[in-house]
Write a protein that binds this ligand. Sequence first.
Ligand SMILES: [Zn+2]
Length: 320
Amino acid sequence: MLLCVSCTKQQQSSVINVQWSFSGDTAYNYIAQQVAFGPRVPDTQAHQACGDWLISELQRYGIGVSEQHGTMMNYAGKPQAIRNIIGHIPGNTPTAILLCAHWDTRPWSDEEEDYDNRFTPILGANDGASGVGILLEIARQLQILRTTNQSAQIPTIDVIFFDAEDMGTPSHYTGKERENTWCLGSQLWSTLYQQTPVSQRTNYQYGILLDMVGDPSATFPREYFSTTYAGSYVELIWRTAARLGYGRHFVNQAAYPITDDHYYVNTIAGIPCVDIIDYKPQNGTGFAEWWHTQQDNMQNINKQTLQAVGETVITTICSR
Ligand SMILES: [Zn+2]
């Protein structure tokens, strides 16, 4: 999943124009509720039930929801059903912003040391649920803000929960190598977006992807594809984080390219999209020790980290 390294920087100023709230406690509970379904592996009952729950949560706040269904080829060349879930929060400014995370979890723990343990699905508290939990809380807060404060200037926000991000070729697979086996849901969404006439689709200014954003010691370097395709928004987000006092998470380092949902949003849909992802360059895999193992559980979710990421994202999208 890792290619080569480089970094560019651009300048952009920002002014906060509305007061927001964000609760790391609530985001934590949203993560625990997803994990309580068990692994959310596509084509399982837990996946279906969690997807239904995500929709009902958004609707409970009064947020309009649409589903996108389709089929993509998986790593073995077999059709994989996709269910992307999209919440629409209309704003009162001309700006539209995309927030996204993946809601599926990996069917295998293929980073487990013991070979026999590599065929068990992961719980995905960080890898999947953490980003979704923060976005549910942001959606809830924006909906409260727009319905209680008519004077607040809020952009239109679409929250997308992508399916089948973590269906990429397992390490034990010995069949024919295929490309683009990760991020199936975002590939589907981006392709359909690109095929929609410009006059009929939402013209997003930019997007933010959250992936693995709950670890107590999470570090988010400036990921290569993000700086390449959406450098001015990387600058805006990282500067916002520094101003809020969260520079220990949003570190000023460059990171290797990471194949994640934002890659396809950038390259297929053509929407500048930034990946906020916990990256550990000192580790052999590039990711935390629990990555794609049975340790990706609630023990590695921290409310302060959720607060840092949630505040940074909601402050950024409410800036102009
Ligand atoms: Zn993963």
